[in-house]
Design a protein around this ligand. Structure first.
Ligand code: BES
Ligand code: ZN
Ligand code: ZN
Length: 529
């Protein structure tokens, strides 16, 4: 908003006498013609709404300190501007302080917001993420390259809001949005801030890989990108397994999908040894890595097919979670397995009715070539059993039916382990990237094992009914481990405007929940019950 002239003059007079607080070097006039001063930083400050509708809004401690620095002018200006700011609403002030020529104040909602057990998340953290994202974007729109952010009492959530909120895929456009670097305002909570930045950068890596076009992120390019991210860690080994290795592993189900494409498949295998002992049982992550899913001979409709460049979201989120775990130096061992290929129609592609043999010897009738994810995962899950895992967790954009069931509210979790469920669920309350438990009933198993030519059909016999559940029941046929969870992430693959701190596009969910889960597992070193 524009300030009255008298206020602007007063603010300028005031700012001449105030000490400098930071050392950002950006200069130049702001878009509205106010001088940015020597530093040119923007500042995002939170403000709580009052308990009673009419009551005065309450600053955070950073807001209070800044208001004292400008002799109470911020509070006065805010009250002149109208009623207290509602959650997620902002006001911008220019020229209040020479070190912060532009200040955005953003509504945080109620001060005492915490865990909401109807919503299954920490509302206070979600409010901070959303508010900080809005504030940072507003300053980005003003082309302010350097932003300080109020920790709002939870520096990790604030950092996540800033780094997730500013992310955008603009690699291939000549005209790019200005790069903005958010920093913590003040010194309180710098460790938590850094952790939040690392968590958010992890999710942004998954978003980047998912958003990128399929001709840029092919199986080999995906593997090389992850390898490059992990190159600096001496306790990480990356194996990029070629087609010949996949064949010697007798991964016939995976290969049957891959052979329809001109692009060679890759089996990506990552070993992160952060545990006290390199032979401590690892957490094994498995991710579906279909870099483009056309449906194959059971071709998908052309409208919206481009979104299937993100059908490697399972691989992207698990690999990004491992990159993040390495950056955080988490004290546990993690193995990541990502079968990567394209699903294309061609003279070599799977045909409906074909029968293929998975690594564990089970035969599968491919009744629909578009149900390809479970074929890749069947072999990868068999291989996952070679590592004496503490837990096996797979993520996959597996079924449109998952999106129908839960939409983008939560990842569907199918698990044979209540211990594993509890850890995933508790992690998701903290991250706000929620999970919801789904059934693994025998009821669904019968619908995939009743098959004319093979041990299993790759679709349920009642076709669309319970599609996410029959897919999970199919995967269960390749699992003997006592602690396994399948995360169907098809519904959370992309964001329109549901998650306020993510822009429209591929969402990289639930990377932060996987990281938080791994963190909790590393603190719970012996219990698996
Ligand atoms: N990759 C899709 C699932 C998907 C759909 C992910 C929408 C994200 C958004 C998967 O390979 C697929 O096509 N599944 C079929 C299974 C069906 C043929 C039994 C589906 O969901 O329609
Ligand atoms: Zn498919
Ligand atoms: Zn798919």
């Amino acid at each position: 908003m524009l300030l009255p002239l008298a206020w602007r003059a007063a603010a300028r007079r005031l700012s001449r006498d105030l000490p400098r607080a930071c050392g950002c070097s950006a200069q130049g006039p702001s878009p509205r013609g106010y001088s940015r001063g020597a530093s040119g930083k923007g500042l995002v400050l939170g403000i709580y709404s009052s308990e009673k509708d009419e009551g005065a809004a309450q600053f955070t401690s950073a807001g209070d300190a800044f208001d004292r620095l400008v002799s109470g002018k911020l509070r006065e200006l805010l009250s002149l501007c109208g009623p207290p700011l509602k959650k997620g609403k902002t006001r911008v002030f220019h020229g209040l302080h020479q070190d912060f020529p532009s200040v955005v104040v953003v509504g945080l909602g109620k001060k005492n917001a915490g865990i909401n057990d109807q919503e299954n998340w920490n509302e206070g953290k979600e409010n901070i993420r959303a508010a900080v994202a809005v504030g940072c974007r507003q300053l980005q729109d003003l082309e302010i390259p350097c932003i300080e952010v109020d920790p709002c009492g939870d520096a990790q959530a604030a950092a996540e809001g800033a780094v997730l909120g500013l992310h955008e895929y603009n690699e291939l456009k000549q005209k790019k949005k200005p790069v903005v670097t958010p920093q913590l305002h003040g010194s309180a909570g710098s460790e938590a801030w850094q952790k939040g930045v690392t968590y958010a950068e992890g999710q942004n890596l998954a978003r980047y890989l998912m958003e990128a076009p399929a001709n840029h992120i092919t199986p080999i390019k995906f593997a090389e990108h992850i390898e490059q991210k992990l190159r600096s860690f001496s306790n990480v080994k990356v194996h990029i397994r070629p087609e010949s290795w996949i064949a010697t592993q007798q991964m016939g189900a995976f290969l049957s999908v891959a052979k329809g494409s001109a692009e060679p498949p890759i089996f990506l295998e990552i070993h992160y040894s952060g545990g006290a002992n390199t032979n401590d049982s690892p957490l094994v992550f498995v991710g579906k890595g279909v870099t483009f899913d056309s449906g194959g001979i059971s071709l998908k409709p052309s409208s919206g097919m481009d979104a299937m460049r993100a059908d490697m979201g399972g691989a992207a989120t698990i690999c990004s979670a491992i990159v993040t775990a390495a950056a955080l130096n988490l004290p546990l061992n993690i193995i990541g397995l990502a079968p990567l290929c394209e699903n294309m129609p061609s003279g070599k592609a799977n045909k409906p009715g074909d029968v293929v043999r998975a690594k564990n010897g089970k035969t599968i009738q491919v009744d629909n070539t578009d149900a390809e994810g479970r074929l890749l995962l069947a072999d990868a899950l068999c291989y996952a059993h070679d590592f004496n895992a503490r837990a096996i967790v797979n993520a996959a954009t597996l079924t449109g039916a998952m999106d129908v069931a839960l939409g983008s509210a939560a990842t569907g979790v199918f698990t044979n382990s209540s211990w594993l469920w509890t850890h995933l669920y508790e992690a998701s309350i903290v991250t706000g990237d929620r999970v919801w438990r789904m059934p693994l009933f025998e009821h669904y198993t019968k619908q995939v094992t009743d098959c004319p030519l093979a041990d299993l059909s790759n679709i349920g016999k009642y076709s669309r009914a319970g599609g996410a559940c029959t897919a999970a029941a199919f995967l269960k046929e390749f699992v003997t481990a006592p602690h396994w969870a399948h995360l169907d992430i098809a519904g959370v693959m992309s964001n329109k405007d549901e998650v306020p701190y993510l822009r429209k596009g591929m969402a990289g969910r639930p990377t932060r929940t996987l990281v938080e889960f791994a963190t909790r597992l590393s603190q719970d070193s012996h219990s698996t019950k």
